[in-house]
Design a protein around this ligand. Structure first.
Ligand SMILES: Cc1cc2nc3c(=O)[nH]c(=O)nc-3n(C[C@H](O)[C@H](O)[C@H](O)COP(=O)(O)OP(=O)(O)OC[C@H]3O[C@@H](n4cnc5c(N)ncnc54)[C@H](O)[C@@H]3O)c2cc1C
Length: 404
């Protein structure tokens, strides 16, 4: 994909070719809006392509009831609807555009690692079911069989969730956006962004583009693009890895019916398998496990710790990723004034959410109706003592590692 060169103009400029920017561009193009997307790397070069590919229609820290206590009944209900529907939306988009990304709608689980959490999750399952979602609590014995792990006291199961190859997915969305009429430029890092005479002027190394409206979808990169976005999110470093294809015996004992899970331990653990039989998993980085060799040994330890059938796992691929988290751990949309909006919704859990959010932002820009957004746009607030706060995720994960 070529870089931006020379001078051009567009109605909406989207900066960032991860899943948030790509779905925004796709849905704008489908609605006949002139849209251009610029990406500093290749599409998917940020968190999206690095991700584990779990399609998770669940909150990180909330339930349908607790979100209403936090945001109010109306805003809470809207966000729950968006998150609850997000996985189905992803798999429907894949179907609609024939995207080759190993989609598996075989369930997303959040396992409970304590009896108290299991009790809470039974209540969460009731809350989701009352809203019409296919969510159940799987008791401990069943979860042991479904995961091949004895570490859990049961799990919430979201039938609409699952997994996919995230790089294949975002590339497919970009391809669909191009087919729909969007212009997309790769290797086009934005090095300056200014407002001049009612127009946004965006410069990359080789080109300049002017736009009437702007969507910042650069994840952590938003901070450097607009002064109001500085110090609004915190970095969370994550190690992802894949095993060599599991043997038939290992496969029969490890996630034998498919599905994907992320647990809620502070030192969290995730797992899914793909179409080639790799087990793909991840964990947060800490101060204690730094070199690639140490991270590989830690990956092996975590697999042994979780899966009885993998006493001697072989790691075939290991990569590092950078997720950006909001202090709310909720998706945020920021109104920057001057026809500019920012999507800041990574939180290490944005494959499904940011797909849905991108589509909503596109609808809002196409129709001018802000009510279509499930996340009310707010003004960004810098995180206090950001330089110190930015160290917290790694420090907290290091403490969690020690207690693990
Ligand atoms: C290791 C890891 C594992 C994860 N696993 C999962 C998972 O299993 N399931 C899940 O739901 N979520 C997961 N996540 C989170 C998920 O990947 C993100 O929430 C989601 O991909 C964020 O999408 P995005 O489009 O907002 O950001 P990104 O994908 O980061 O896209 C932002 C893009 O902006 C570009 N950019 C930045 N600055 C500039 C600039 N100045 N000019 C031009 N372009 C710029 C970047 O190159 C990047 O491509 C994981 C994240 C990581 C890091």
């Amino acid at each position: 994909m070529a870089p931006l060169r020379g001078q051009s103009e567009t109605d909406v400029l989207v900066i960032g070719g991860g899943i948030a920017g790509a779905t925004t561009a796709l849905h704008l193009a489908e609605r006949g809006v002139e849209v251009t997307l610029v990406e500093g790397d290749q599409p998917g070069g940020g968190a999206t392509g690095q991700s584990g590919g779990l399609v998770a229609p669940d909150y990180i820290r909330h339930s349908p009831n607790t979100i209403c206590d936090t945001l109010g009944a109306d805003a809470g209900a809207r966000l729950t609807r968006m998150i609850g529907d997000s996985a189905g939306f992803v798999f429907d988009l894949i179907d609609k555009h024939g995207i080759d990304c190993d989609p598996r709608q075989d369930g997303f689980y959040t396992p409970a690692h304590t009896g108290v959490m299991a009790k809470n999750q039974r209540a969460h399952a009731d809350q989701w079911r009352a809203l019409g979602y296919d969510v159940e609590f799987v008791e401990a014995a069943a979860s042991e069989r479904l995961f091949g792990s004895q570490r859990y006291s049961g799990a919430l199961r979201f039938a609409a969730g699952g997994s996919l190859n995230p790089l294949g997915y975002v590339r497919g969305i970009v391809r669909a956006a191009l087919d729909g009429g969007a212009r997309v430029f790769a290797d086009s890092r934005v090095i300056s962004l200014q407002r001049r005479g009612g127009t946004w002027v965006c410069r990359t190394r080789e080109g300049t583009i002017r736009s009437r409206r702007l969507v910042l979808a650069a994840n952590g990169g938003n901070a450097a693009l607009h002064p109001a976005m500085a110090r609004t999110s915190l970095p969370l470093h994550v190690v992802q890895f894949a095993t060599a294809p599991l043997s038939p015996q290992e496969r029969m004992a490890t996630l034998p019916e498919g599905g994907a899970f992320t647990d809620k331990r502070p030192y969290l653990f995730t797992a899914r398998t793909d179409g080639l039989g790799h087990l793909i998993s991840g964990y947060p980085t800490t101060l204690f496990v730094r070199s690639e060799r140490a991270q590989c040994r830690e990956a092996e330890r975590r697999l042994r710790q979780n899966f009885a059938a993998l006493p001697d796992p072989e790691i075939s691929h290991l990569w590092r990723g950078l997720a950006w988290v909001n202090t709310s751990l909720l998706p945020e949309v920021y109104d920057l004034g001057d026809e500019a909006i920012a999507i800041q919704a990574c939180n290490g859990r944005g494959i499904a959410t940011n797909t849905a959010l991108g589509a909503e932002v596109a609808e809002m820009l196409a129709t001018g109706d802000r009510e279509v957004l499930s996340v009310k746009p707010s003004r960004p607030e810098p995180i206090r003592f950001h330089a110190i706060a930015a160290l917290l995720p790694k420090l907290l994960m290091s403490l969690a590692y020690i207690s693990d």
